[in-house]
Write a protein that binds this ligand. Sequence first.
Ligand SMILES: N[C@@H](CCC(=O)N[C@@H](CS)C(=O)NCC(=O)O)C(=O)O
Length: 281
Amino acid sequence: MNTKPSVRLYGNDHSPWVQAIMMGLHQKQMDYERRTVPPLEAFKKWGPMMPAASIDGEPWFLESKDILHRLGYAPVTDDEMFAIRRAWSGVMHRTDYWPRFWGEFSLASDPNPAFVPRFLNNFLRAFTILYFFLLIRFGVITRGYGDPERHGDAFMEWEQRFASMPGRFLAGDEPDSTDLLLFGIVQCHCSIPVPTLFALQSDPRLSRTRQWIGEMQRHFADYPSLYSNIYFAPHALGPAYAKGLDQFAFWLGAIASIALLPITVPVVAYFIYQNQTLRGT
Ligand SMILES: N[C@@H](CCC(=O)N[C@@H](CS)C(=O)NCC(=O)O)C(=O)O
């Protein structure tokens, strides 16, 4: 009897929280269906907020740590979650070079195997990217994400934790929630390079962090969505690029989302305001 749950996941692989869940599913060899356009049920409540998951046909729900827990991973305390979020500092720099921001997202295709729904999803997901662009660009989530004195500071508390790990990973011999979430942050920093990435590569204070990244990469060697493979040893290929027509669909969607600014901006503003309390947890 197959006791593995059936999992549907909404989210983009640039998101640290989505990456944590994708890696968690991969580690447990669970099949799942991922989409990059929010299902209507989730969109009506939370707009483009990701990740959202639906397990065994139950209602969609948010919160990476809760989703991981439902998948069988350890609970994460609020303090731990805040420490993980502190490592996200630098995220505001994702939009410093806006053509790169849009360009990198154009390459991260919807994964639907069928051409027509994938084309449609790539078109529609551009609207969610406009949302994230405006969210970051206009500093609505700047609180708590200002630059530290040195970008490497973002990982100093973890560097100390890596010194007293019980095994190759924070959780011991196999990654658990905290490893997955923190490694998700690393993937985010690498998906559109921000100054924190350069600190991770070269700050002399972060040698244990680099060693842990290497161990995680070795552990996830057959997982196809590691942006960090390009920047850290052992080097390997990064995620595959979207096919030409998928990129085309995305750019069409980007143009449409901008042409429809009088509609998209109020919707974006509504959800940016409405999701304020969901952001920090
Ligand atoms: N507490 C949530 C945070 C998720 C989150 O911040 N997701 C970002 C994308 S990386 C998002 O969708 N933000 C939309 C918003 O803040 O409105 C979790 O851990 O799942």
